[in-house]
Design a binder for this molecule. Structure first.
Ligand SMILES: Nc1ncnc2c1ncn2[C@@H]1O[C@H](COP(=O)(O)OP(=O)(O)OP(=O)(O)O)[C@@H](O)[C@H]1O
Ligand SMILES: [Mg+2]
Length: 265
C-alpha cells in the first residue's frame, strides 16, 4: 500500500495566542481529489499552509509521504499554489520562463534546461491550455490565465501532491472550465490533489471527497453535499481581489445558481 501523501494527526494551530485550527485529523489517500471547503476564516488556508510547513503546528503532527514534516526533504514531490498569488513578480517574464521556474527543484543549479525539462514545461502548458501563449509576457494574460500559469509552474515540477488554495477565485466561467480540464489531466496522471474552493463549479465532478471546515475544525468529511455547492460568502472574496491587480470577469457568469443572496449557512 502506498503511503499517504499528506496526513495531519491531532493538528492544532494558534496564531497570536488565538486558536485557529483544532483537532484536525486528516489522512489523504494516494490519488485522491479532495476539496477543502468552508466559510471565510474557517482555517482552510491555514491548514494547507500547515501541510507545507509554512505555518507550524502548535500541537499534533503533519507527515508527507510517511515522513514527519521536520524531516521531509523531498519537496519536488509537492506542488503548492498559494491563495491570491500573482504570477507577476515585477520582472517582466514570459509564460515559458515562469513555468520553467517550476523545474528548479529538479535541476542541478545553473545547468541549462535539458530535453526532459522542456518536455515537462511543454506538457504542463498544454495541460493548462496555454501552449500557444508560451512566448507572451505573463502581464498580458488575464487573471484566470495567470492562475493557470501558476498551476503549470507547479505541474512542471511533476509533483505527486498538489496543494491548490482557491485557484478558482475571481476566475471567469470559461477559465474555470479550462482549469477543470487541467485538474482532470492531473487526476488522470494519478496525482493527489487538495484543492481549496468556495465554489467548485466545473470542478465538482472531479471531487472524491469533501472536507468542510468551520471555526478551525473539520465539520464534515466525506461526500460532496448539495449544501457545499452553494456560493456562500462569495462577496467577501471579491473584496480582496485587488491583491493581484488583474482583469477579473464576472466570476459567476454562466455558472449555475447565480450570486449568493443571503445563503450564508
Ligand atoms: N497571519 C495571520 N495573522 C493573524 N491571524 C491569521 C493569520 N492568518 C490567518 N489568521 C486567522 O486564522 C483564521 C483562519 O484563516 P484562514 O486564512 O486559514 O481562513 P480561510 O478558511 O482560508 O479563509 P478564506 O476563505 O477567507 O481564505 C482567521 O480567523 C484568520 O483571521
Ligand atoms: Mg484562505
Amino acid at each position: 500500500m502506498r503511503l499517504s501523501p499528506v496526513e495531519v494527526s491531532d493538528g492544532a494551530v494558534a496564531i497570536g495566542g488565538r486558536p485557529v485550527l483544532r483537532g484536525i485529523d486528516l489522512t489523504v489517500a494516494p490519488g485522491e481529489f479532495l476539496a477543502l471547503m468552508g466559510p471565510n476564516g474557517s482555517g482552510k488556508s491555514t491548514l494547507v499552509r500547515a501541510m507545507t510547513g509554512l505555518r507550524p503546528l502548535s500541537r499534533g503532527q503533519v507527515t508527507l509521504f510517511g515522513t514527519p514534516l521536520a524531516e521531509f526533504r523531498d519537496w519536488r514531490r509537492v506542488g503548492f499554489v498559494p491563495q491570491r498569488s500573482s504570477a507577476e513578480s515585477g520582472v517582466p517574464a514570459s509564460v515559458w520562463e515562469t513555468v520553467s521556474a517550476g523545474r528548479l527543484t529538479r535541476r542541478r543549479l545553473l545547468r541549462p534546461l535539458g530535453a526532459a525539462d522542456r518536455r515537462a514545461i511543454t506538457s504542463a502548458l498544454e495541460l493548462v491550455g496555454l501552449a500557444d501563449r508560451a512566448r507572451d509576457g505573463v502581464g498580458t494574460l488575464s487573471g484566470g490565465q495567470q492562475q493557470r500559469v501558476l498551476i503549470a509552474r507547479a505541474l512542471a515540477g511533476e509533483p505527486e501532491l498538489f496543494l491548490l488554495d482557491e485557484p478558482t477565485a475571481g476566475v471567469d466561467a470559461l477559465n474555470q472550465r479550462a482549469l477543470a480540464d487541467a485538474l482532470r489531466g492531473l487526476k488522470d496522471l494519478g496525482a493527489t490533489v487538495v484543492l481549496v474552493a468556495h465554489e467548485l463549479g466545473p470542478i465538482a465532478p472531479l471531487v472524491d471527497r469533501a472536507v468542510v471546515m468551520r471555526d478551525g475544525r473539520i465539520e464534515h468529511d466525506g461526500e460532496l453535499r448539495e449544501q457545499d455547492l452553494s456560493h456562500h460568502d462569495h462577496h467577501h472574496r471579491r473584496a480582496g481581489a485587488g491583491a493581484h491587480a488583474l482583469r477579473v470577469s464576472a466570476p459567476l457568469d454562466g455558472l449555475a445558481g447565480g450570486p449568493a443572496e443571503g445563503r450564508r449557512p
